[in-house]
Design a protein around this ligand. Structure first.
Ligand SMILES: [Zn+2]
Length: 198
């Protein structure tokens, strides 16, 4: 049995409050705290779910190595595909929502190109299965490449804008700090996890 702690007030919650989904990832809060969440907190929560998935996806690519990958190929492929699917869908949703923190911001054309690719990917594959796309899957992928670097660039920009909004509104949510903690923890935990098998 896991002990569930509210990520905001730190109070312990009874097992009744546990809904079986990713409480750590989503930053589970008690009913009292989550009912007080403002739009910016909800926005940051969604962004952090997407970023955790993206960063784990990136870390797997960078850290796993050929030997470990080959030894459990199907497992890694499943994990990689589901992380990729999910982070891109979240990212498309976040970009579409146009939260106040970047509503008035005009993305430069190089960013605009990446955003278009993410949306195209979501519309044609991520959220809907279009048989003509699936039939020519390779052609679609090759025509719409989205590198880890490009996705990372978009995340960085959104985090920067959120940080600016946080400063200007005095929200004190410290997005930059939150997101560098995600980077740090993901790297550390992934390498600890891998070292068990070496
Ligand atoms: Zn609480």
């Amino acid at each position: 049995m896991y002990e569930n702690i509210c990520s905001k007030c730190g109070r312990s919650m009874s097992s009744v409050a546990w809904n079986g989904t990713s409480s750590t990832v989503a930053g589970l809060q008690c009913i009292e705290c989550s009912s007080k969440m403002n739009d910016f907190e909800i926005f940051l929560k969604c962004l952090s779910v997407a970023y955790r998935e993206f960063f784990l996806y990136k870390t797997i690519h960078e850290e796993i190595g050929e030997e470990k990958y080959r030894a459990h190929k199907e497992l890694w492929d499943t994990l990689i595909l589901s992380l990729e699917l999910d982070y891109k869908i979240w990212l498309a949703k976040i970009l579409e929502t146009r939260h106040e923190c970047f509503k008035s911001y005009k993305f430069a054309s190089d960013y605009q190109l990446i955003i278009e690719k993410i949306e195209k990917w979501r519309d044609n594959f991520g959220a809907h299965f279009k048989s003509n796309i699936l039939r020519n899957w390779k052609v679609f992928i090759e025509a719409n490449p989205l590198s880890i670097e490009s996705a990372g660039k978009i995340f960085e920009k959104i985090i920067d804008l959120a940080e600016e909004y946080d400063r200007n509104t005095g929200s004190k949510m410290k997005p930059k700090e939150q997101f560098s903690l995600i980077v740090e923890k993901t790297k550390k935990q992934f390498n600890e996890y891998l070292s068990v098998f070496s």
